[in-house]
Structure formats: structure tokens, C-alpha cells
Design a binder for this molecule. Structure first.
Ligand SMILES: [Zn+2]
Length: 414
């Protein structure tokens, strides 16, 4: 297997134009002693909406790393794939996020589940996780529930993993994701999920659980940050214990999806991974698309008109655009600014409404989330949108870089 570095940062952008700007931010982080490696992630969903293909992402990463003489490792993540769509990604990816959220709670073969239950029953009774003060009482019924809920999902992850392995051999990194669900997985559930990942011999190096709270796209965390702190720290300790108990890859780490813009929990994540000497993978992508729109709005003139057009069309088609992102956005549609007003806004007003400065009086998280899902509009504009990016590439690229370096990496490792 390829071995993923301790700190990896999921970047990526809808239109493959910000490869260099994103890499530049991580290279500056590297210079400052924060050794993030870049992982260009793009999901099947995004490719479908933009009508791009995995080779475009691969080419973007290749071009960016070559032109900037980047000599470290880099990856292209086939994000949120499953058996029905993974084949398109095989050739042009070296990182695969096996998304099994849809398989959670589906019953599997009873005999197989009974065998799994028998195997896990050694953990019934008092379970102690080193580093967690209180022990956990695990009943037979807890284990039955966990097997019923997760066995089929992990079995599916194994099928996807084996399929990729049969095509690529060991030249890739595997992540298991189950974040796009409503209900968070508890640290104890995570422990048994990892037991099953080991049972099926999936050498996962990252795991993306659903954490407590809302991880809405492009905006800050919504939830109780103290609860998040407790859960996140327990997850770190659970992973450590699972690695020791089951012989999973020793670099196994948490992956935070919809990881962009989670300003209120970055300091917590940064503090805890350093306290426990753990790695992290943070996935962002939508935030870079938003910086493109900010850059265009900043540029003014025709570029500002393009940004306004995206909003107006997104406003008219909000139901359609929001549907694929139902579990990861929260827009109060009654409070969205009306396009007829937005069309009169200055460059400054548009930028301040969109840019993620939480305490700025103009900042509007509904506006920001709607533009987040509005990239389909830009995709439909095609060359007209891409031309604006090209004409304004300096100003857009500067926003993209600054956002990743200062608002993201800077807050994680303050
Ligand atoms: Zn995700």
C-alpha cells in the first residue's frame, strides 16, 4: 500500500483552475513547519454536476505539482465512490474514499452477522479504552445493534476495496466514509466499526465518521463545541486502541469531511491531534469554489455581473440545487436576499456578504450556502464563466490561497 502522511489536506475545485493557488497555500504551510501533503478530492457527484472527469483532476494536480517543482507526495482522491461508479476513477486516482453511508442499517446474511457477533462478544462486559477515564459497559444487545447497523456497510466497503485492488494492486490509499448520514456514530460504535474493518482486511488509513453536530458545507460548525471536543478526543483514543487490538495500519487517522470553514472547531482539532500526536485529514473543496466567486466579485465589472448572475439563477433553482446536498446544508430560504437587491450591490457588499468572516455585519451564511451549491450554474455558463476566471486569475488565485492558508491551516495550527 502507499502510505499516507500524518497531515494531509483535501483540496480541490470544481473547475480545475485553482490547482496552483491551492498548492501554493500548502507549500507556505510547509515552509512554516506544517507538513500537509495535498490530496485533490472530487466526488462522483461533483463530476456529474460539472461534467468533468477524473482525468481532469489528475491533470490539474500533475500540472500544479510540476509547474511549482513540488517534490513531495500528492494524491488524487476518488471521493465518495461506490461500486456503481468507481471504475471511472481507477486509472486517475491513488486515494479512494469508499462511501458506505447508504448501507448503514441494511440487514445482511443472518449467519454472517451471527458469526460477527460471536467474534465481537469477547468485548462484552466492561470495555476500557486507554486514556478514557470512564470504562464502557457493552451488553450483548449493544453488540447486536452495532452489527445490525454496520456489518453490511463494512462488508460493502470490503467489496469496493477488493474491486479497486483487483484493478490497481496496492498502489492506493483507502478511506472508509460514513459521514453523510443524519445520526453521528459514537466513539464506541467507531471502535466496533474498526473491528469489522479489520475483520474484512481493509487496510484503511483514514476513516470519516459522522461527528456530532452539523457539518454544513462552506460554513462554520453548528453544535456544542464542548461535546465535539469530548467525542473527537475519544475517537482519537479509540483509533489508537483499535490499531493496537486489531493490527490496523498504525497511521490510521480521522478524516473530517465538509471540513472547510469549521472555524470554531479547528483549534480543538489542532490541539487534540497535537496532544495525542495523531494525524489528520481535512477535506475541503467547496470553500475554493466560493473563493472563485469572491475573487470575481472583487474584480468588479463583468466579473461581478457573473457572480450576481450565479446568485440570481441559484436563487430561482434553489430546490433543485440543494437536493443533492440535503444532509450537509441548512438554508433559511425566507431570509435569503432577493436577487433584485443583490443585483444592485457593490463589489464590496457582495464580497462581504459571501466571504466567511463570521462577525462581519454583512456576512450571510444562507447566501454563502446557496452559492456553495450553485456551482452547477457556473458549469452551465461554461466558457463564459471560465473566461472570467482566466481574465481575473491573479485576483482569484490570491483569494483561494489566502483562504486555505490563513482561515483554514492557520486556525488548525494557530
Ligand atoms: Zn463526505
Amino acid at each position: 500500500m502507499l502510505k499516507l502522511e500524518k497531515y494531509s489536506f483535501g483540496i480541490g475545485d470544481r473547475f480545475t483552475k485553482q490547482g496552483r493557488a491551492q498548492l501554493e497555500a500548502l507549500l507556505k504551510a510547509n515552509e512554516a513547519g506544517i507538513p500537509f501533503v495535498p490530496v485533490w478530492n472530487k466526488s462522483y457527484r461533483e463530476h456529474q454536476i460539472v461534467k468533468s472527469s477524473p482525468s481532469d483532476t489528475w491533470n490539474e494536480a500533475t500540472e500544479a505539482t510540476r509547474s511549482m517543482n513540488y517534490s513531495g507526495n500528492w494524491y488524487v482522491d476518488a471521493d465518495h465512490i461506490n461500486l456503481s461508479n468507481v471504475d471511472d476513477f481507477i486509472e486517475h486516482s491513488n486515494f479512494f474514499t469508499l462511501d458506505v453511508a447508504d448501507y448503514i442499517g441494511q440487514a445482511a446474511d443472518q449467519k454472517e452477522m451471527d458469526d460477527m457477533l460471536k467474534k465481537l462478544s469477547v468485548f462484552s462486559g466492561e470495555l476500557t479504552i486507554p486514556g478514557i477515564e470512564d470504562s464502557f459497559q457493552i451488553t450483548k444487545s449493544d453488540l447486536e445493534q452495532i452489527v445490525l447497523k454496520f456489518y453490511n456497510a463494512i462488508k460493502e466497503a470490503a467489496l469496493i476495496y477488493q474491486h479497486i485492488y483487483s484493478k490497481k494492486g496496492d498502489k492506493f490509499i483507502a478511506e472508509v466514509s460514513m459521514d453523510e448520514v443524519d445520526e453521528a456514530q459514537t466513539p464506541i460504535e467507531l471502535f466496533f466499526i474498526l473491528a469489522m474493518i479489520d475483520h474484512f482486511d481493509i487496510p484503511a488509513q483514514t476513516i470519516a465518521p459522522k461527528f456530532t453536530g452539523r457539518f454544513n458545507k462552506g460554513v462554520d460548525y453548528v453544535g456544542d463545541t464542548e461535546n465535539f471536543r469530548i467525542e473527537f478526543e475519544q475517537d482519537l483514543l479509540v483509533i489508537d486502541h483499535a490499531v493496537n487490538c486489531f493490527g490496523l495500519p498504525e497511521n490510521l487517522k480521522l478524516s473530517v469531511h465538509s471540513g472547510s470553514d469549521k472555524f470554531s472547531i479547528y483549534p480543538i482539532i489542532g490541539e487534540l491531534i497535537q496532544k495525542h500526536d495523531k494525524g489528520i485529514h481535512i477535506k475541503t473543496a467547496g470553500t475554493t469554489w466560493l473563493e472563485e466567486v469572491i475573487g470575481l466579485a472583487l474584480a468588479g465589472g463583468e466579473a461581478l455581473d457573473t457572480a450576481k448572475e450565479i446568485y440570481e439563477k441559484a436563487f430561482d433553482r434553489k430546490a433543485e440545487l440543494c437536493a443533492p446536498y440535503a444532509t450537509v446544508i441548512d438554508i433559511d430560504v425566507d431570509h435569503l436576499p432577493l436577487p433584485e437587491d443583490v443585483n444592485k450591490w457593490s463589489s464590496e457588499k457582495f464580497v462581504n456578504t459571501l466571504r466567511h468572516i463570521p462577525d462581519h455585519p454583512d456576512y450571510d451564511k444562507g447566501f454563502r450556502q446557496l452559492i456553495h451549491v450553485g456551482y452547477k450554474i457556473a458549469a452551465e455558463m461554461g466558457g463564459r464563466y471560465l473566461d472570467q476566471l482566466e481574465v481575473n486569475k491573479e485576483i482569484v488565485g490570491a483569494e483561494v490561497s489566502k483562504n486555505i492558508l490563513e482561515r483554514h491551516v492557520g486556525r488548525l495550527f494557530g
